[in-house]
Design a protein around this ligand. Structure first.
Ligand code: G3I
Ligand code: 9MR
Length: 562
């Protein structure tokens, strides 16, 4: 076993679709041949030649690729490389990612605050009610005429952002936009997906019921007096590694800001559209979302440069707040995203004027601070139902999305790990898993625009990356794959005394920034990851990383041919 470790062969530890490309990465340059062996019978079903040697651009690693796309028969297999190793077992079958797809959505259920998680839904990770957030203080930075400092508001529900217990509007923005877009792009797939959450069985798809939990919270973050939105709901500082129900220190809403308000406008405008279909179940809800969106937009137009600068805030107001910043000083992208969502929901031309089409073909990949492309995706999604006035912009957006996809896929076929992820060191930032997943989403948009299958399959290469075909050998989704994070920086998982972490959560992934100062086994860009709970810079989990994983995996489940 030790002589032939599974880890020298990197692959999607869950498996492959019968009709899709399939490859594994063999670390080292010596071997030349490989076999695909059927589990159980031990029979060799396929023999192939490894590729030419490929060189990592980050380290001195050399690899060869085992391409077994020709194996299409459903079954359980391993890759065997003589005198090198035998891989983990994996499956080839239809819907091979079904369980991982469900789990990654269910991961959001485990992040719910202001409720108990009963065993019936949460299994051994059940926990008591925490964070009712029904007496949240107005921080002095957020005081307004009707809501003086120290007054309390109710701002319950929502998801914990990540491994910490705070709730951040900016990060909820991209998360919700991504999940609602997944629904808008694949409604049929989600309509029948049962997640065993308390709302399962009602007439609303479970994905949307889950999203509603966070949306209800977001709606409370708008100041009713003027439409502006508080940047976050937070403790003064990060809690210790304690269970949620023991984290009872005072909570505050802080300063309103332009980014938070525009992200809120985008999400509520999109929600107005999505929930219109469920008017019968949620009477009036869609309309209230649109009203909230419109008021937020108007506030942002009047207050178009209000940065959330935590250090500056702390110089002026007490108490100091030192939790996650999510500060962003450039609002052009938030204006475009919010305008695009408002336009798609209302077709009111004033919003179309504010939708900015970027000239640069190297578009910014979506991230919490860069949401430009979310606006593109929505405009493209509704292309055929948008007025004539929008068509010129939509055409440019489609070209931009396809050009960006072509930049992403350029060179993959000589890359050491054979994935779109890892084309440059810039891919490996804090939360690099979300870079991989968002590249996948971008490629799926290019597939939708062109109908060219290659983009769908390149997107799949990044799902392979996330599930084990990478420089670390980890499948980053907790509980899914053979070697998965056991010690994420996630307070409930650390404090609950249960060996396995909460399942279905995506670890941040390689980040040579290593800002947490933990010990890492390697500082190389694509290997700088440690499965240690001290490592918030590589091994935390976060809702804005899970959401693009949900989109990518569900899109593949919905789109791969049967
Ligand atoms: O913008 C620069 C870019 O210009 C530069 O090239 C790059 C080089 O590393 O750095 C970029 O800034 C980074 C920024 O994220 C934007 O990606 C910072 O170095 C990096 O420190 C920063 O990390 C953020 C981190 O909080 C610290 O603020 C992560 O994106 C963000 O996901 C993370 O979010 C935390 C919350 O604050 C609290 N809750 C948990 C959550 C997840 O860890
Ligand atoms: O636990 C915190 C994590 O959720 C954040 O992402 C991270 C960066 O903002 O900060 C973590 O908190 C650490 C703090 O920044 C420094 N002291 C140790 C804290 C817990 O490890």
């Amino acid at each position: 076993k030790d002589k032939f470790p599974a880890d020298v062969i990197r692959l999607n530890q869950i498996g492959y679709y019968p009709e899709a490309p399939k490859s594994a990465v063999v670390i080292g340059d010596k071997a030349t041949e490989f076999y695909i062996v059927a589990k159980g019978t031990g029979k060799e079903v396929y023999r192939g030649k490894l590729s030419e040697v490929r060189k990592s651009i980050f380290s001195d690693k050399k690899t060869r690729i085992a391409d077994f796309s020709e194996v299409k028969t459903a079954g359980t297999y391993t890759v065997v490389v003589p005198s090198v190793g035998e891989s983990y077992t994996f499956e080839i079958k239809q819907n091979v990612h079904d369980a991982a797809a469900r789990a990654s959505i269910k991961g959001f259920y485990y992040q719910r605050l202001s409720t108990a998680l009963p065993e019936q839904y949460a299994g051994k990770w059940h926990r008591p009610l925490s964070h009712p957030d029904n007496k949240v203080q107005i921080h002095p930075s957020a005081a307004s005429a009707g809501r003086p400092a120290g007054a309390t508001i109710s701002s319950s529900k929502g998801w914990l952002d990540a491994g910490d217990y705070n709730k951040y509007i900016v990060n909820s923005g991209i998360t919700m936009g991504t999940l609602l877009s997944a629904y808008e792009d694949f409604p049929v797939y989600f309509d029948s997906l049962n997640l065993n959450i308390p709302e399962s069985g009602n007439a609303i798809p479970d994905l949307l019921d889950e999203a509603l939990w966070n949306l209800r919270w977001m709606l409370t973050m708008q100041d009713p007096a003027d439409g502006g939105v508080y940047h976050k709901l937070t403790n003064e500082k990060f809690d210790g590694m304690i269970m949620p129900h023991l984290a009872t220190r005072p909570r505050y809403v802080v300063q309103k800001g332009t980014a938070a308000t525009l992200d809120f406008a985008a999400v509520t405008a999109q929600a107005a559209r999505v929930f219109k279909k469920f008017e019968h179940q949620l009477p009036g809800f869609s309309d209230s979302c649109l009203t909230a969106a419109t008021r937020a937009w108007q506030w942002a137009v009047k207050n178009s440069t209000i940065v959330y600068d935590q250090d500056a805030m702390n110089k002026t107001f007490d108490p100091d707040v030192t939790t996650g910043g999510y500060g962003d000083g450039n609002f052009a992208d938030e204006f475009t995203w919010a305008a695009a969502e408002l336009y798609a929901s209302t077709q009111d031309g004033q919003y179309l004027d504010k939708v900015e089409v970027l000239a640069d073909h190297n578009l910014p990949l979506p991230s919490w601070g860069g949401v430009h492309l979310l606006g593109y995706y929505t405009m493209i999604r509704f292309e055929t139902s948008l007025p004539e006035a929008a068509q010129a912009k939509v055409t440019l957006m489609k070209q931009g999305v396809v050009r960006f996809a072509d930049v992403l896929i350029n060179g993959v076929d000589t890359r050491a790990f054979n994935t779109v992820m890892g084309g440059s060191a810039k891919d490996y930032i804090w939360g690099s898993s979300a870079v991989a997943a968002n590249q996948g989403i971008e490629l799926i948009q290019a597939y939708k625009v062109t109908g060219d299958k290659k983009y769908l399959n390149y997107a799949l290469s990044n799902l392979d990356f996330l599930l084990g075909k990478n420089g670390t050998g980890y499948s980053f989704l907790t509980g899914y794959g053979k070697k998965t994070p056991m010690h994420p920086h996630h307070r409930p998982s650390i404090a609950d005394g249960i060996a396995e972490p909460v399942p279905g959560l995506l670890a941040g992934g390689p980040n040579p920034g290593m800002q947490d100062k933990c010990r890492y086994p390697s500082s190389v860009a694509d290997e700088a990851y440690t499965d240690n709970d001290c490592s918030y810079a590589s091994n935390e989990i976060a809702i804005n990383w899970n959401a693009p994983f949900v989109y990518l995996v569900c899109a593949q489940e919905a789109l791969q041919p049967r």
